[in-house]
Design a protein around this ligand. Structure first.
Ligand code: IFM
Length: 445
């Protein structure tokens, strides 16, 4: 077979994504650390512990070396609010300086940093009052002050920012199904939190642009296309649209219109949020099929499952559904903003599924780029296995396997596969033949 190549533009960013809590270790002054200590919260009682030892052991250096050697050109990381502002009246300049070293370290290795300012975790003082401060509008100015500090300190090296990671997941996990702290199950509290997340994002957007007019600011959305199980049956169509509107498109629509959709209430005007996105930050993992089910009010009377042709991971957290990725990109394109894929990946200890996941998803990404859609970068989740929240260490998302005892990293075949793609800025039939020969005919007919 003749060699065929799907090329990407030279300026396209190739990288991986991480978050502070999941890789740094010993994030003791946080609500999630306290949550981890409660029985039954984390699978098998796992603890984040030293995680990937980025903070105390400084192993971000060796991991950035890995990324650079593998030909990556970017990396997404997050700053932990609890380290920068351990108490309401105290800023930790040494912590800020350490983050500055990290982003400088990325630049020195030729990697473009994308920095997230909030990734699911709060300092204890934000979560430790009578009610979590995300339920109160007070959070907006507090978050803006923190953002000002971080952007002031890191701005010399960073101009790609993400304000709040997956506000849709954070709101649902923290306030609807209670999987994350504060562990509440109240749809009305969740709606208050959604409004405050949006206001805080808008305030952060203004602060960043005041300090850095040329910055690009995004709000990463965990985006799940939701298809009706029976497209001819209107209740299935209705429930699919409702779930989509209240999860995947809730925040992007609010930024577009300045109004936040509510459950059982008219939409809430938040005019300051209108237009506060410079790019769409797409986190895509899986798609869903949903059917109307009166017995499931918590999921808005729908019951979701994976599409029948999707390939689930070993525990059913996500499933490989590359066409869903294409649908997500197509939807995002409608926003008429540049797109960065800020997360995409699968937990797979043995790496068989991950290799297929990578090439089939990158093939869909290439289709989008080839149609001249404005997609500017791809950040694979993740570089090294890290602490997967309520799933603890049971879910391994890394291109590199991590031994948490010894901190030894071992490349999975996908690390080499991704390195070849990053270095050549292309997905070629040779690479597919080498790493996923079973897909060669399908991807390069
Ligand atoms: O690990 C998470 C990340 O923190 C947010 N997006 C999804 C990832 C995988 O579940």
């Amino acid at each position: 077979m003749a060699r065929a190549t799907h090329s990407f533009p030279d300026s396209f960013l190739w990288g991986t994504a991480t978050s502070g809590y999941q890789v740094e270790g010993q994030s003791t002054n946080t609500d999630f650390w306290r949550w981890e200590q409660l029985p039954g919260r984390i699978a098998q009682g796992h603890k984040s512990g030293r995680a990937c030892d980025w903070w105390e052991g400084g192993r971000w250096r060796e991991d950035f070396d890995r990324a650079a050697n593998d030909g990556h050109s970017a990396h997404r990381l997050s700053v932990e609010w609890s380290r920068v502002q351990p108490a309401p009246d105290r800023w930790d300049d040494a912590a800020l300086d350490y983050y500055r070293q990290m982003v400088r370290g990325l630049r020195e290795r030729g990697l473009t940093p994308l920095v997230t300012l909030h990734h699911f975790v709060n300092p204890l003082w934000v979560a430790d009052t009578q009610r979590n401060l995300w339920e109160s509008a007070e959070i907006v100015l507090l978050f803006a002050a923190y953002v000002r500090k971080v952007v002031g300190a890191l701005g010399e090296f960073v101009n790609l920012w993400a304000t709040i990671n997956e506000p849709n997941v954070y709101m649902v996990f923290g306030w609807v199904n209670g999987i994350f702290p504060p562990g509440k199950k109240s749809i009305f509290a969740a709606m208050r939190v959604a409004a405050n997340l949006l206001r805080a994002h808008a305030a952060a957007y203004c602060v960043i642009h005041e300090l850095q007019p040329q910055a690009l600011v995004g709000l990463p959305i965990h985006f799940r296309p939701i298809f009706p199980a029976h497209p001819d049956f209107w209740p299935d169509r209705w429930v699919a649209q409702t779930q989509f509107n209240l999860f995947s498109s809730l925040f992007p629509d609010a930024v577009r219109t300045g109004r936040l959709r509510q459950v059982l209430r008219p939409s809430l005007p938040i005019p300051e949020a209108k237009g506060t996105l410079d790019y769409f930050a797409l986190n895509y993992y899986s798609a869903d099929v949903t059917r109307f089910d009166l017995t499931n009010p918590r999921e808005l009377f729908g019951r979701r499952s994976f599409p029948t042709d999707a390939e689930p991971d070993s525990s059913g957290l996500y499933a490989s559904c590359p066409l869903g990725f294409y649908e997500a990109l197509k939807w995002a394109r409608g926003l008429r903003l540049p797109i960065y894929v800020t997360e995409n990946g699968i937990g797979d200890e043995t790496d068989g599924l991950r290799r297929r996941y990578l090439v089939t998803h990158l093939r869909q990404l290439w289709r989008a780029v080839n149609f001249n859609w404005n997609v500017r970068g791809y950040f694979h989740w993740s570089l090294v296995d890290n602490f997967e929240w309520e799933r603890g260490w049971t879910h391994r998302f890394g291109l590199y396997a991590l031994d948490t005892e010894t901190q030894v990293r071992t490349p999975r075949p996908s690390a080499r596969l991704y390195a070849e793609i990053c270095k050549s800025r292309a997905l070629s039939s040779d690479v597919v033949a080498q790493y996923t020969p079973e897909l060669l005919e399908t991807l390069f007919p």
